[in-house]
Design a protein around this ligand. Structure first.
Ligand SMILES: Cc1cc2nc3c(=O)[nH]c(=O)nc-3n(C[C@H](O)[C@H](O)[C@H](O)COP(=O)(O)OP(=O)(O)OC[C@H]3O[C@@H](n4cnc5c(N)ncnc54)[C@H](O)[C@@H]3O)c2cc1C
Length: 488
């Protein structure tokens, strides 16, 4: 536990914040503060009411860029740790308040859609706008953001941008880094920066990429402008196949993607992972799924190519309505979170994931070494209910792997995280790094992959570290996330 570095007491911090934004927007409610001290990384302990880290001093509900600037400048002046928050769906400890007397700056009240511009095909929204709300608004005028992470019903534009999120349709539309046209962010000394909304420019490095993916460790994102695309759901086609093994599935995907085709969804489930969604249909095989969308002629050409490539391998065709139905139930809202909590409490089991990225030539090596190592050396492998993986985001140069592990908890709730999630996560990270991959594809580094940040970046860590030192010299932004302490 890190002691507060602030030169003010907990009570002084609360009083000063109330003076800055008004007392009605500074929460010091005990239950809210305890819940705000963690995210879904510690979901099992949280559901049992166990909070083992520092409890924040306050949650500040900001309403404007000016208020964010005032709160950050105050925190910077007095060395108060700040954790930015919007939708609260983080999975990697990014929302954990690792330092005593932290202030959680909650942007979910900044939830206005500021502009939908169908001529220039972009929409601007404040950081607290839920993606689902933005998507519904643009669909009403025949457009789509193309962004569809599983957390779409809950996640908000600030957090989605701060984590470099990616959605299920990424193979066609890209990740958030491809979608953001421009943004506004506030830096710790209160400086407000806005980047220009133009299609491209060659005016030095593209500065928005310093902000995208910063995980609240450099600045607070207040506004985001994203691209829009025509929404043509009537043309969408769903295809599913059973394939013998992961290697065959990966080579099918590679052939389609490197051939220049872009299904929006391009997914391959290992046999074990397929069992979770297709228990009655997968017949002990891997499941390969394509969804093709966009203009009719492009959809037809993409479906033809997928079928041509798949037919060169031994495979079995799955029912199209089944795939459409599966896709329709993929996202998680509050009902699914509640059901998961009930399962954790009543049945003492839960699931986690760790996602990595790799080039085509490395991906099977990483897959096999992770599966082998967990089965051979992880001492509690008998408690694993599911150990599998899927590839769900593909690129011309490679793909991702999303390792999935569900386990029965055979210990006290307080011990769960160290017995299961942390060591399993570590094996996956180590194997990915050892074999040339990236240790994270889209959930961000959070606080539990920070120990590997330098190894992940190699010699380019110099640039990342200089950004931290330059923009956050007093180390007040989300301490422990992505970077070790600034003094280290
Ligand atoms: C069921 C479920 C499914 C998920 N599926 C996906 C998926 O398909 N794809 C995917 O990419 N992720 C997924 N995630 C992870 C998570 O939803 C994403 O990381 C999402 O981008 C977080 O958005 P949020 O608004 O909830 O952010 P939060 O959880 O509030 O914050 C996430 C991180 O961003 C920082 N942050 C938040 N707001 C700001 C801001 N305004 N300025 C600066 N920093 C900020 C926080 O400090 C924290 O480190 C999933 C999570 C869950 C629970």
């Amino acid at each position: 536990m890190l002691r507060s570095l602030a030169d003010l007491s907990r009570e002084d911090i609360r009083r000063e914040l109330a003076m800055l934004v008004g007392p009605g927007r500074v929460s010091t409610d005990d239950d809210a503060l305890r819940a705000a001290s963690v995210d879904r990384f510690k979901k099992y302990m949280a559901v049992h009411g166990i909070y083992d880290g520092p409890i924040p001093a306050a949650i500040v509900m900001v309403q404007s860029t000016e208020e964010v600037a005032k709160v950050l400048a105050f925190a910077h002046a007095h060395r108060v740790n700040v954790v930015p928050r919007t939708g609260g769906t983080a999975t990697e400890g990014g929302l954990e308040t690792a330092v005593e007397d932290t202030v959680v700056v909650d942007g979910s009240g900044m939830n206005q859609i500021l502009r939908i511009d169908p001529v220039n095909m972009m929409a601007t929204a404040q950081c607290g706008t839920p993606l689902q709300v933005l998507e519904d608004a643009v669909r009403a005028v025949g457009l789509t953001t193309g962004h569809s992470p599983q957390s779409k019903p809950l996640a908000q534009m600030g957090g989605l941008t701060a984590t470099r999120s990616i959605g299920q349709l990424s193979t066609l539309y890209g990740g958030i880094e491809d979608m953001v046209v421009g943004l506004e962010a506030v830096f710790p000394d209160g400086t407000v920066c806005r980047t220009k909304n133009v299609p491209r420019r060659a005016a030095g490095p593209d500065l928005k990429h310093i902000v995208i993916g910063n995980e609240g460790a450099l600045c607070f994102i207040t506004e985001v402008t994203v691209k829009l695309f025509k929404y043509m759901p009537d043309n969408t086609q769903y295809r599913g196949y059973l394939v013998d093994d992961m290697g065959a599935g990966i080579s099918i995907i590679r052939e389609i993607i490197t051939g220049g085709f872009r299904p929006s969804v391009c997914r391959l489930y290992s046999e074990e992972d397929a069992h979770q969604s297709f228990a009655a249909e997968h017949k002990g095989k891997c499941v390969l799924i394509f969804i093709c969308e966009g203009p009719k002629a492009i959809v037809a050409a993409t479906v033809d190519e997928a079928e041509r490539v798949v037919s060169g391998h031994r495979n079995e065709v799955m029912s199209q309505p089944l795939i459409a139905q599966w896709f329709g139930h993929l996202n998680w809202g509050t009902d699914q979170i509640k059901a998961e909590q009930d399962t954790m409490l009543k049945e003492r089991w839960l699931g986690y994931t760790t996602e990595i990225a790799a080039n085509w030539s490395d991906v099977m090596d990483i897959y096999e070494s992770v599966m082998h190592r967990i089965r051979a050396e992880y001492p509690y492998a008998d408690d694993l209910i599911t150990l599998g993986a899927h590839s769900s985001h593909s690129y011309v140069t490679g793909t991702n792997l999303y390792f999935v592990y569900n386990y029965r908890v055979n210990c006290e709730p307080r011990e769960e995280i160290n017995k299961y999630h942390i060591p399993l996560n570590a094996i996956i990270v180590e194997e990915a790094l050892k074999r040339g991959g990236s240790m994270m594809h889209h959930h961000g580094i959070g606080k539990y992959r920070t120990e590997w940040t330098e190894q992940e970046h190699g010699s380019s860590y110099y640039m990342l570290w200089k950004l931290k030192q330059t923009f956050d010299p007093r180390g007040i932004m989300n301490r422990g996330t992505m970077f070790k302490a600034v003094e280290d």
